[in-house]
Design a protein around this ligand. Structure first.
Ligand SMILES: [Zn+2]
Length: 393
């Protein structure tokens, strides 16, 4: 009798666990996505005709950083939440969005000091029902996420392209001259921990389409120190081996989130343009995440570009004006040829605006007296120039 009761309770308990798992699998991914990727000022926006007309005249708007691929959303469908998707990017005249693969983030995340011994992305992969090899293996994780972009492109009816080479980009630019209702993505990695300290994995992620690697994310890794790590060290032996190999393969080096020491060390050995995919600048917003004038000047000297992000912690404000202020400050310091957009859309941030709000930045830059030509460079022409020179043939 007692045995039967225990057995019954056990069955009910197990059934409850299964039910909870099924419910979490169905509702969890969208819940997380909505929870983490909100917008302070959602569309529609009140934009002056002058700014809107100028913005629409740009043939190459580009943004250096989005974590959209992390969230297991059908990006080919318009969502009524978060910050972007392919239909919204097309409507917003976005020619090329960098999709950067967010691959590990420690528990208890903060901006000052994070250990590397935990990983919340594992739980996200399991909740989203991703392949088992992505649960604990960071290289497999980024390769899988890269494949999802290629699959979206295949399923897009010619609306979404993946750019991996100079010729891809040239062909795409020619196509877009005839039809602006298309958009493209370029794959990057946020945090070289995805290479697991093994140089052979660089070729594997390259083969998956990755053309930019952010050296560190929120913790120190095999390459060097993070601005938010425990020891904020400089470059490691592996890092010294990695940079020249990345340059040989024409994979761009991104130093967003790097510790000041790591930035110094990379600047000392890099021979190609350095990218900062998403940042703020100490000149308008002084915190551990943002770049000093000295670093901005040195990065520009490599022929590199600095992408300004669109969330409060990067620009110390909650308006498009704060974003424009950071852009203007950087342009005044290093020249318009070295500044770009690096929104950090869908990067577990509360964005100031969604993708269709980009003309608001144009409006503010015009109000600050920036020339139309300089605004055109910042909104995407700089990215086009650097890619046409530095992508593989
Ligand atoms: Zn980031």
């Amino acid at each position: 009798m007692r045995k039967t009761t225990i057995k019954k309770s056990l069955i009910i308990f197990l059934a409850l666990i299964v039910l909870l798992y099924v419910l979490a699998r169905i509702f969890g991914p969208e819940f997380l996505d909505r929870q983490f990727n909100s917008v302070i000022h959602p569309a529609p926006y009140n934009i002056s005709e002058e700014a809107q007309t100028l913005y629409q005249s740009f043939d190459f708007v580009s943004d250096l950083h989005s974590d959209l691929l992390l969230w297991k959303r059908d990006i080919l469908k318009r969502s009524d939440y978060a910050q972007q998707d392919i239909p919204r990017n097309i409507e917003a005249n976005m020619a090329l969005q960098f999709f950067t693969l967010f691959n590990k983030v420690p528990a208890g995340l903060n901006f000052e000091s994070n250990p590397s011994d935990s990983d919340q992305v594992t739980a996200i992969m399991i909740l989203q029902g991703r392949p088992v090899n992505t649960w604990f293996d960071l290289t497999e994780r980024v390769i899988h996420l890269s494949e999802t972009l290629h699959q979206f492109a295949k399923d897009s009816n010619g609306k979404l392209f993946v750019i991996e080479s100079k010729s891809d980009l040239t062909n795409y630019i020619a196509k877009r001259k005839l039809d602006k209702n298309i958009t493209a993505g370029l794959l990057g990695i946020e945090g070289a921990q995805a290479l697991k300290g093994d140089i052979k994995n660089l070729q594997r992620v390259y083969d998956a389409g990755v053309r930019m690697i952010g050296l560190t994310h929120f913790f120190d890794n095999e390459v060097g120190g993070s601005a938010h790590g425990m020891n904020k060290r400089g470059i490691t032996e592996f890092g010294k081996q990695l940079i020249p190999e990345m340059e040989k393969l024409h994979v761009l080096v991104d130093i967003a989130h790097a510790s000041p020491k790591l930035i110094d060390d990379v600047l000392a050995i890099a021979t190609k343009p350095i990218i900062v995919s998403h940042t703020g600048v100490k000149g308008t917003c002084d915190n551990v995440r943002n770049l000093s004038d000295d670093h901005l000047i040195k990065i520009a000297k490599t022929g590199g570009i600095i992408g300004i992000a669109v969330f409060e912690h990067a620009v110390c404000g909650t308006t498009a004006k704060a974003v424009a202020k950071a852009i203007k400050y950087t342009v005044d310091l290093v020249g318009a040829k070295h500044v770009a957009l690096g929104s950090d859309f869908e990067g577990a941030i509360t964005a100031i605006f969604e993708v269709s709000g980009l003309p608001l930045v144009v409006q503010e830059l015009l109000a600050m007296g920036m020339s139309e030509e300089d605004i055109r460079l910042v909104m995407g022409d700089n990215v086009k120039r650097v890619l046409l020179k530095n992508l593989p043939d």
